[in-house]
Design a protein around this ligand. Structure first.
Ligand SMILES: [Zn+2]
Length: 348
């Protein structure tokens, strides 16, 4: 398949090859994404494009997963900020992190703060510290994999087949979701939760296998010892990464009830709660609280990394009756958008 043509046909910005990108991390990520896209017999293609916005796409006709340069650059800045601030100090020779709460910074969105701090490869203070380097890479890789697996989830569950009669050409995942008519929004949001579940499942399988395979290598050994040394810790790490991702792209404060039920994507708090519930399901009873604890750690990481106020209310904001009701309805639509749904079998 010609990727340039497929992008043009879908009206997307031109291709960015890893080797032509501003820094080496694009190249590594591109190799990784190609491996991921080949899984589950999906045989998808992957590419970055030059778009500066924070977006990812599932282009159905050409079986193409697209991540914008803007989104990947954003993930690099975010991971760099966390590692440079000395967070997760058990790894390497980090100076103890300092938190200077700033009301000016607290009034700005996390996304704006991250976008104002460019990432220049090779100048961060962790560059000569192998363990901090490994932390940066693994955090970046985890955030990036979540995005790619999410897009793959749209393909895996046949989200292009909207009904026996109609197909969609593309799904867009953007930091700023559109508003839709209420009934359309419910189905659009259910599809996102299904794609998130696929992403978390795949990320879990991938992380478990990778840690087992690589735990004696110089790269993985320190990560395994400090961050990833039990199934529970690995789950916490993945959930923290998800929290950081949603908080950094500003999706957490977006649970305004009237808008929350009309957005193309569910309020991020819904997405996190769904992921936390899944993670909990995979742990035994006593460890269930650890899922929620992980999001508290994620919140602290973002607050310190950006010198902002923490956001302990993110979960409480969901408790208004309109949103509770909407969340229930969303879950009722969940199975309709999964692979074995009657929507697909009837259509064949
Ligand atoms: Zn999506």
């Amino acid at each position: 398949m010609n990727i340039e043509e497929a992008l043009q046909k879908a009206n997307l910005d031109i291709r960015l090859r890893g080797e032509d990108a501003p820094h080496q991390w694009f190249k590594y990520a591109e190799i990784e994404a190609n491996v991921l896209c080949d899984q589950r017999d999906l045989k998808l293609n992957f590419t970055f494009n030059c778009d500066k916005r924070i977006q990812a796409y599932a282009v159905y006709e050409s079986k193409l997963v697209v991540v914008t340069a803007g989104l990947f650059d954003f993930l690099c800045r975010l991971a760099d900020r966390i590692v440079s601030k000395g967070l997760l100090p058990a790894l390497g020779r980090a100076v103890a992190p300092s938190w200077t709460l700033s009301s000016v910074r607290s009034d700005q969105t996390p996304r704006k703060l991250i976008q104002d701090a460019p990432f220049v490869d090779g100048v961060s203070e962790w560059k000569d510290d192998p363990e901090r380097h490994a932390l940066f890479f693994y955090l970046l890789l985890t955030l990036f994999r979540f995005v790619v697996f999410h897009e793959m989830g749209h393909f895996y569950h046949g989200h292009d087949k909207r009904s026996p009669e109609s197909s969609a050409s593309m799904d867009v995942d953007s930091a700023q979701p559109r508003l839709l008519p209420k009934n359309e929004a419910l189905d659009a949001q259910a599809r996102e939760l299904v794609a998130d579940k696929f992403a978390m499942d795949m990320l879990t399988i991938c992380t478990e296998a990778e840690v087992e395979r690589m735990k004696r290598t110089p790269f993985m050994a320190p990560l395994e010892k400090t961050l990833l040394n039990s199934k529970e810790r690995r789950m916490q790490f993945l959930l923290q990464a998800a929290y950081i991702y949603f908080a950094a792209t500003d999706r957490l404060p977006d649970s305004v009830p009237e808008e929350g039920i009309r957005m193309s994507h569910p309020p991020a708090a819904f997405r996190l709660v769904t992921l936390a519930a899944m993670v909990t399901e995979n742990l035994d009873g006593e460890k269930t609280h650890s899922a929620l604890a992980a999001t508290i750690v994620g919140d602290a990481l973002i607050a310190v990394a950006l010198d902002r106020k923490p956001d302990p209310e993110w979960l409480a904001r969901m408790q208004v009756p309109t949103l509770v009701e909407h969340y229930k309805k969303l879950h009722d639509r969940f199975s309709f958008w999964t692979k074995n749904s009657p929507r697909l079998t009837r259509g064949r």
